[in-house]
Write a protein that binds this ligand. Structure first.
Ligand code: NAP
Length: 243
């Protein structure tokens, strides 16, 4: 199985959960050294780390080829790699827009295109894409919000096109989860990290923030055969924030 952006955060927790369940895991991330270190840390029977920029077609194709060669195949893809370049629309640059679209949307497209030929050949595959509650609208995140809602449309279309070939495609839309990404947001807003987490916990009906394991559990379920009748869906894992 492949998890992109898995050197840390939600991706790393997802890779760990799959490893615990016995999967052979490929950790893809920008930096090969960090990807390899994260893979070695999983304690998996079989795990590899590969340097890959998901927004670059040549890099993606080479990475997927290596996975198939070194792990003997690919059955699950988790499109998790992500970045934020937040700013109010009037201050958002074309570069901020392109960077976010490039990693989230183009990245998911390139990765899925590269694995789908293996999935279709073997008549089996699971795609899980990371969306976000920001898809529903989020001040200062026109680029990220558009990309994350785009992921939902992409997921539904994958489900329609690839369903007849034994492939399920679903998305997970996390609410606030404690990672570097949300800590960075706190710093950008000039807020104390703990205060920012507490404020977000208070805004959730369950009165806590999400942990990376909450998301890994949902991703693992959607990639399991127990969920083989679930496809094209986006599962909000957000402590009730969007209710
Ligand atoms: P994170 O801690 O920032 O980790 C993201 C990982 O993606 C980093 O290791 C990063 O590498 C890697 N990455 C960035 N650009 C890449 C590229 N072009 N190719 C390959 N890897 C790349 O983020 P996270 O919080 O775990 O988020 C994971 C996913 O969940 C993202 O799609 C995010 O949008 C989504 N999400 C997160 C939250 C949340 O509250 N945390 C909520 C909703 C959705 P570098 O460190 O080298 O940049």
């Amino acid at each position: 199985m492949i998890v992109t952006g898995a050197a840390r955060g939600i991706g790393a927790a997802t890779a760990r959960r799959f490893a615990e369940e016995g999967a052979a895991v490929a950790v893809l991330d920008l930096d090969e050294g960090q990807a390899a270190a994260a893979a070695a840390d999983l304690g998996a029977t079989k795990a590899i780390g590969i340097g890959c920029d998901v927004s670059d077609a040549a890099s993606v194709d080479a990475a997927v080829e290596r996975v198939v060669e070194e792990l003997g195949g690919v059955h699950v893809l988790v499109n998790n790699a992500g970045i934020t370049r937040d700013n109010l629309l009037f201050k958002m640059t074309e570069g901020d827009w392109d960077a976010v679209m490039g990693v989230h949307l183009k990245g998911a497209f390139l990765m899925t295109k590269a694995v789908q030929k293996h999935f279709v050949e073997q008549k089996y595959g699971k795609v899980v894409n990371l969306s976000s509650i920001s898809a529903l609208g989020s001040r200062g995140q026109a680029n990220y919000s558009a990309a994350k809602m785009g992921i939902q449309g992409f997921t539904r279309t994958l489900a329609i096109e690839l369903g007849p070939f034994g492939v399920n495609a679903n998305a997970v839309a996390p609410g606030f989860v404690v990672t570097e990404m949300t800590d960075d947001t706190a710093r950008r807003l000039k807020m104390d990290v703990d205060e920012f987490r507490a404020m977000n916990a208070e805004a959730n009906p369950v009165r806590r923030v999400g942990q990376v394991e909450d998301i890994a559990a949902a991703v693992t379920f959607l990639a399991s055969d127990e969920a083989s009748y679930v496809t094209g869906q986006t599962l909000y894992v957000d402590g009730g924030r969007t209710l």
